[in-house]
Design a protein around this ligand. Sequence first.
Ligand SMILES: Cc1cc2nc3c(=O)[nH]c(=O)nc-3n(C[C@H](O)[C@H](O)[C@H](O)COP(=O)(O)OP(=O)(O)OC[C@H]3O[C@@H](n4cnc5c(N)ncnc54)[C@H](O)[C@@H]3O)c2cc1C
Length: 297
Amino acid sequence: MTVAVPLSFGTRVRRREPLSRHTSWHVGGPAEVFFNPRDRADLSAFLRGLPDDVPIYWIGLGSNLLVRDGGLPGVVISTVGALDALARLSATSVRGEAGVACARIARQCIKWGLGPAEFFAGIPGTLGGALAMNAGAFGGETWRHVIEVETIDRHGTERVRSPSEYRVGYREVSAPAPEEWFLSATLSFEQRPGAHVDEVHKLLARRKETQPIGEWSCGSVFTNPPGDHAARLIEAAGLKGFRLGDASVSSKHANFIINHGTARAADLERLIEHVRSTVVRVHGVALHPEVRIVGVP
Ligand SMILES: Cc1cc2nc3c(=O)[nH]c(=O)nc-3n(C[C@H](O)[C@H](O)[C@H](O)COP(=O)(O)OP(=O)(O)OC[C@H]3O[C@@H](n4cnc5c(N)ncnc54)[C@H](O)[C@@H]3O)c2cc1C
């Protein structure tokens, strides 16, 4: 099946776009159609024109995604550089669109004297991805700050939803309806006059001592099981530094898997499975991937 798209969307539509260009692991086959909208109206018009049976997948900065080597059929919608407005709404609330980088939210909130938003600096993704994952760092978590979200569905219908409509857990969010994606969120913070960007730099420097920041990874591969740490279990199973081809378990933090340059998605997935099954054998604990694994092998 070839996805038909009107020519009026111009170069905002790319065919067979390698998703390795859009993921922090630098792997992933092509998106059949990759769409980077100009703005919300453009996005809405694009969605309304799609046949009902075309699969749709949304991507932010691809920092929590393992896209398989066969790529993604249908349409991939990229919010980066598109939905990127961030504004202060009141003394204690801000609204960000889905494509805003989390680090920008951290920096801007500090300028506005609002907090605690420093944790967003530790999440190398977009607000849309942080909402989908309930991303958290340094003790903070995205959904603790959500007042409301705006969503859009595959027919281009927009809705405003409150947090009570979502089931939110640790790195897990269940939406009230399938095929509805985040356009924006209104977030609440406290007034923190005097907050300084140095605080963020200190947190990031501390993290750099324990995590392989700067290497190609997706952050933590597995969620922590109740009462334990995935990294501890992986290290105790003797896997720290374990290498399969050009993919390895980080020797700095055992819950990170690194692509050293030429690993493919299949290599990373094989290593993930090796780590999972070894931890089951050694500790009797089944780890669950935090990273979203999608696409065709
Ligand atoms: C070095 C490193 C460190 C990391 N540290 C942390 C950390 O401390 N804490 C943490 O929680 N995570 C961490 N991560 C993981 C990752 O940054 C987060 O999960 C982040 O929220 C993903 O955002 P993204 O924009 O990259 O989403 P993507 O990876 O592009 O997508 C992730 C999921 O969100 C969905 N999605 C994206 N945008 C939307 C949207 N607008 N509407 C609906 N669904 C959407 C996608 O379909 C996909 O299922 C780290 C990653 C790296 C590489």
